[in-house]
Design a protein around this ligand. Structure first.
Ligand SMILES: [Zn+2]
Length: 186
């Protein structure tokens, strides 16, 4: 790959350099969904989308992932994402990439890296399944209740004089459980 020396010289080493990319909006959303699902499982490996982007580029630099720039949809809706580069090596590597392909490489690295980490988490899932599951609590059943008025906790519809469905074992406990309209329990 061709190195562009003049650009390497301009790199500031004293503080993080911020670069703003216009990236595929769907891909960013997908990345954020993965992050959120990791956070809900108390996995804070990646603290932000920008960290994930840096890690993706690193993975590409280290040959952990292979990317195919032809797969990229150039016309997909974009979203601006700013990434701070704290690591001079990684920033220099970024500047060494062909100018016209930089965004494509960032995008495709992120796509492949997301595939990689979601595959890995599925692998982990398999190991988790080997551990014998604790006996499950008896499954609660939805029961129909006749209520004068209620708001469905799933779709938000306000219902009057309709059947409400709830996991509450009896009418006296109905306020401690969510209630659903008939459309939402089909
Ligand atoms: Zn509903």
């Amino acid at each position: 790959m061709r190195k562009i020396k003049s650009q390497i010289k301009s790199v500031k080493t004293s503080r993080a350099t911020k670069i703003t990319f216009a990236l595929n909006a769907d891909l960013c959303q997908q990345a954020e969904n993965i992050l959120e699902s990791q956070w809900t499982q108390f996995d804070y490996t990646y603290k932000s989308l920008s960290e994930l982007i840096r890690r993706s580029l690193e993975a590409y630099q280290e040959g952990e992932i292979e990317i195919n720039l032809n797969e990229r949809d150039k016309h997909a809706p974009k979203r601006e994402v700013s990434v701070r580069f704290f690591n001079t090596d990684l920033l220099n590597y970024y500047y060494s990439l062909p100018y016209s392909q930089r965004t494509a490489i960032i995008e495709e690295s992120l796509r492949e890296y997301l595939n990689k980490i979601s595959l890995e988490s599925k692998e982990l899932e398999k190991y988790r399944k080997i551990i014998p599951a604790k006996p499950k609590k008896p499954q609660l059943k939805l029961s129909p209740y006749r209520l004068e008025g209620f708001e469905c906790d799933r779709c938000g519809d306000k219902c009057y004089d309709e059947t409400a469905y709830s996991y509450a074992p009896s009418m006296s406990e109905i306020n401690n459980y969510q209630t659903y309209c008939s459309n939402c329990v089909k």
